[in-house]
Design a protein around this ligand. Structure first.
Ligand code: IMP
Length: 428
């Protein structure tokens, strides 16, 4: 039997690149889909058998009956939310039992973390998803977090741990307005939600390594995107995990050399949601055109929070940086159809910061905030492209736009998405 390709899928911008569609597309050639970081801050929308599914924690690969799915050690898991997601899947006739594996090393997002996220946001205004992600990762780094594998120690153990946490850490947030449920209630909720997933909690290192080495078809799925990486993004306007390809090794315990291909997902224009610098952000008219009205599920409104996304021209500085940083082998380009009718098109090729030209994003948000984008202009096209199946049949201007992306990133574009449906995909 042919060994399948092991692939790592990573977003190259600020999330929302359309990874869900690409992961779904590549799942045909997969055995196991694994998420390596983040938590319920992610929102992946997939249309499947005429039903809309929005995934926050479960990999969308679960829709395919033969696919196994892993929630990696690098994730922070909101257990009651996960239980709800799983129950909803069963109600929609998606049987996940025996196909989901959760690392006992993944940390819990507690309701306390969400409360801290809420009160911190009042001042900080990072524009988080309020899912408690930052505070949960902070507890992990501070070595006071609770891991999934610890729940079997029982309600009393959890309650005592939570009491200590409230005393030492939680109390610091009371003056900011935080209100915390009693530990007895929180530990009760954790234990009752745990029942749904108990059988799925298993070590994942051998599972993933064996699949990757033998049958192949390991599809590792990053959430958010490179510019939201805690280490490499527009800090502090980032999420609290390692969103880049390196995060897959950290969060799944897998040797990165087992991946045959690292696939970068890039949208034909740039978006970001929440605060932080965004040099290529467009004027109101461009933003409205790129964002859409909200009537379609692919319009640029957050799948988790419903917030309108900020939209702008494709940022080639970010593209080049992210392609290098992740060791991308090839690109999947999404939402090319949205550019139809915009003329001319612009792509950022460098930033001018304090009079100096930069070809790589600066380390500080302050400098990035002062970056003046320098553009290349390309002619646009007016023909609808949704039903085109071959690269050569695209208008020459669209072909040139894709070639420009290849020139900037230094890697080929192999998948071009020209519409939300699965069939609206050009394979090159
Ligand atoms: P957090 O991950 O909720 O802490 O949010 C930190 C930043 O990451 C905010 O700017 C969020 O809008 C952004 N963010 C988090 N998750 C996603 C996502 O799945 N897509 C896009 N942006 C995200």
């Amino acid at each position: 039997m042919r060994k399948k390709t092991n692939r790592l899928i990573v977003g190259l911008f600020w999330g929302d690149e359309g990874k869900a569609k690409i992961v779904d597309y590549l799942t045909d050639d997969a055995t196991i889909v694994a998420r390596y970081q983040g938590g319920a801050n992610a929102g992946h929308t997939v249309f499947f058998n005429n039903q809309k599914f929005v995934f926050h924690q479960v990999p969308s690969g679960i829709l395919h009956p033969k696919i196994r799915c892993v929630l990696g050690a690098g994730m922070v898991i909101d257990l009651p939310e996960l239980r709800n997601e799983l129950i909803e899947l069963l109600q929609k006739d998606i049987d996940w039992r025996g196909r989901i594996f959760i690392s006992p090393r993944a940390h819990l997002v507690l309701p306390y973390h969400k409360e801290i996220d809420r009160v911190q946001e009042i001042e900080r205004k990072i524009g988080t998803t309020l899912r408690g992600i930052g505070p949960a990762y902070r507890d992990k780094a501070d070595r006071v977090g609770i891991r999934i594998g610890e729940i079997i120690l029982g309600k009393k153990h959890l309650e005592e741990k939570l009491e200590k946490w409230l005393e030492k850490i939680g109390n610091l947030y009371i003056p900011l307005g935080a209100r915390f449920d009693p530990p007895s209630k929180v530990s009760e909720d954790i234990c009752s939600s745990f029942k749904t997933i108990e059988d799925s909690v298993v070590p994942i290192v051998s599972l993933l390594t064996d699949v990757a080495k033998n049958e192949g078809g390991l599809l590792a799925e990053g959430a958010q995107g490179t510019m939201l990486s805690l280490n490499w993004g527009t800090y502090p306007f980032v999420t609290s995990s390692e969103t880049t390809a390196g995060g897959a090794s950290e969060g799944l315990g897998i040797d990165l050399r087992l991946f045959d291909e690292i696939v970068g997902v890039v949208k034909a224009f740039s978006t970001r949601v929440g605060g932080g610098p965004f040099p290529s952000e467009g004027d109101e008219k461009l933003q409205e055109k790129l964002r859409g009205t909200g009537e379609h599920f692919w319009d640029e409104f957050g799948a988790t929070t419903g917030r309108p996304r900020r939209c702008g021209w494709l940022d080639g500085v970010v593209l080049k940086y992210s392609a290098k940083l992740n060791g991308v082998d090839w690109l999947a380009l999404t939402k090319l159809d949205i550019l139809t009718g915009i003329n001319p098109l612009k792509i950022v090729v460098s930033y001018k910061i304090d009079g100096k030209i930069n070809y790589e994003p600066p380390a500080t948000a302050e400098e990035m905030g002062r970056a003046v984008p320098i553009f290349d202009e390309l002619p646009g096209w007016n023909e609808p492209i949704e039903n085109i199946k071959k690269f050569e049949d695209l208008p020459i201007q669209a072909q040139n736009y894709i070639r420009k992306i290849e020139e900037i990133s230094g890697v080929p574009v192999k998948i071009i998405s020209v519409g939300a449906d699965r069939e609206k995909t050009i394979l090159r």
